[in-house]
Design a protein. Structure first.
Length: 129
């Protein structure tokens, strides 16, 4: 009987770990909208401090990373599903040249990062032959 409880506890712990890993992989929710001459990227990062969030663009990839310290628990911890770190890369619908700096700006309000990236101006028509 003792082995059964032990196995259930271990299974629950493993499921908890896999659930947390899934959230770290799937999160954060990211929306991208082209508006006028900007690409507006909205990233949900509730519970992360602004100082622990890092955004980086290289080529057409936006890398989002954030971390937080695990809160000290005075009692027994049964579940922890909130991710302690997030590392996600998303493809942007624009490309930044290697030697070019992005002059975008980001704000952080109520757990949401809003990144505004200037879109390349001047569309080029491609002739069809």
């Amino acid at each position: 009987m003792g082995i059964g409880r032990y196995m259930v506890r271990e299974l629950a712990r493993e499921l908890d770990n896999k659930s947390r890993e899934f959230y770290e992989f799937a999160m954060p929710a990211i929306d991208m909208v082209a508006e006028d001459s900007e690409l507006i990227v909205t990233i949900d990062l509730p519970g992360f401090a602004k100082k622990n969030i890092n955004l980086q663009i290289k080529g057409n990839i936006l890398a989002v990373s954030a971390k937080r310290d695990a809160p000290e628990a005075a009692g027994t911890v049964y579940q922890r599903h909130r991710p302690q770190k997030i590392e996600k890369k998303v493809v942007l619908p624009l490309r930044v040249k290697e030697d070019e700096k992005v002059l975008g700006k980001a704000t952080y309000v109520d757990g949401v990062v809003t990144l505004r990236i200037p879109m390349p101006s001047g569309a080029t028509n491609i002739p069809i032959s």
